[in-house]
Design a binder for this molecule. Structure first.
Ligand code: TRP
Length: 378
């Protein structure tokens, strides 16, 4: 029997297939986003995002409850985050593009939590690098174009007073044995790790604390983060708050194929400051291809677009679903070759990066105004 790929926030198998994701979501107790749910989102949002159509965001917890309440006039707020352990590449940034879409379409506040404490506890990074990546990652994330007046960045070590006072309340309801069971910690893991889920839980109810009334929270995250929020969902009602809802994604495939893109090797990912030539070269040279070895075989047998990096990124950035279907068909049937597919993806990525890079200069000037400030919340 082959071993099933597993998931925790710190260990991810990179061989996950479609069916594995459905199975894991099932085992975690999350629901799949079905056609009916997509139609419902479309009705409220006025359009549907390719990340939903293509099942990149494929699973949820209590999304229906958040939508029911939204339709009655009670807005939820969005909460997502990033552990600043290194430079961000395309795979890290794309989920934020979807979050921006949600913010725009639902016209809601967003909290972005930067868990520098988490990376300090779990990785071998020094404080100076953490500070550097914190600033750099925040700018990258903001470059996606979040609304300035509705976007609030929380940095764990900077907002420690606000967060710690609530985190202790969460931690009081989480036992060492449940953390061990959920994350697989042992007695030799440092005690900071045991506490950390409490910090990541706080933004899921901080608006309720600050506004003095319960506000629903919806969290977009990749499925490896689900164990944290499963714990939050157990604890928050005990503190008198709503369970957070969530919308859960798969991993964005890496340039070289498989699960998460690695952040240590620059050739495994497309970086946000890569110039158009570099992007094209990386795609041509390294991108995992679902095509055949020779043009002749490709014409004859066609490609497997589902596992092809270029196709996968292309479909995330192409808003026109009809176009994507045509590209899929042409590539699958052999009418289109790998090189053409990569060229198409390179153009798309370069257009996207150009927007990010120009937006970055704007947000750099307003950096401070995005920082979470309780006194500025209406
Ligand atoms: N733990 C996440 C990471 O390692 C960062 C994070 C904090 C997060 N809060 C979140 C991610 C909420 C998604 C949603 O990157």
């Amino acid at each position: 029997m082959t071993e099933k790929p597993g998931i925790t926030p710190w260990e991810v198998s990179n061989e996950l297939k479609e069916t594995d994701y459905d199975r894991i979501a099932n085992e975690f107790g999350a629901k799949l986003i079905d056609g009916q749910m997509i139609s419902r989102i479309k009705k409220i949002a006025g359009e549907v995002h390719p990340f939903l159509t293509h099942r990149i965001f494929f699973s949820h917890r209590d999304l229906d409850i958040a939508l029911d309440s939204y339709e009655k006039g009670n807005k939820f707020y969005l909460y997502t985050g990033r552990g600043p352990s290194g430079e961000m590449h395309l795979g890290h940034l794309l989920p934020f593009v979807f979050t921006k879409w949600l913010q725009d379409r639902f016209d809601v506040d967003l909290i972005v939590q930067i868990t520098d404490d988490e990376k300090y506890l779990f990785r071998d990074v020094n404080e100076r690098d953490l500070e550097k990546y914190t600033k750099q990652n925040i700018l990258d994330i903001l470059s996606v174009g979040f609304r300035p007046e509705k976007t609030h960045v929380l940095v764990d070590t900077h907002h420690s007073g606000l967060l710690y006072n609530q985190a202790i309340k969460v931690s009081k309801h989480i036992t060492a044995s449940s953390v061990k069971a959920v994350f697989g910690f042992s007695d030799s893991d440092n005690i900071g790790k045991y506490f950390f889920t409490s910090m990541q839980s706080v933004p899921a109810f901080i608006m309720s604390v600050l506004k003095g009334r319960n506000v629903r929270c919806m969290i977009p995250y990749a499925i490896d983060q689900d164990p944290h929020f499963k714990l939050s969902r157990d604890v928050l009602p005990k503190l008198g708050y709503y369970k957070p809802s969530s919308i859960i994604s798969k991993f964005i495939p890496s340039l070289k194929g498989g699960g998460k893109m690695s952040s240590s090797d620059r050739t495994t990912g497309i970086y946000l400051d890569d110039d158009p030539k570099t992007v094209r070269r990386k795609l041509m040279k390294y991108a995992f291809s679902g095509g055949r070895d020779t043009a002749e075989e490709q014409r004859k047998y066609g490609a497997n677009p589902d596992i092809d990096f270029a196709f996968n990124v292309y479909r995330m950035l192409e808003p026109d679903i009809g176009k994507t279907s045509r590209v899929y068909e042409d590539y699958r049937s052999g009418k289109m070759l790998s090189g053409e597919m990569k060229g198409l993806a390179a153009d798309m990525i370069n257009e996207f990066l150009a927007r990010i890079q120009s937006q970055r200069e704007i947000v750099e000037k307003d950096y401070d105004s995005y920082m979470f400030d309780p006194s500025k919340l209406q």
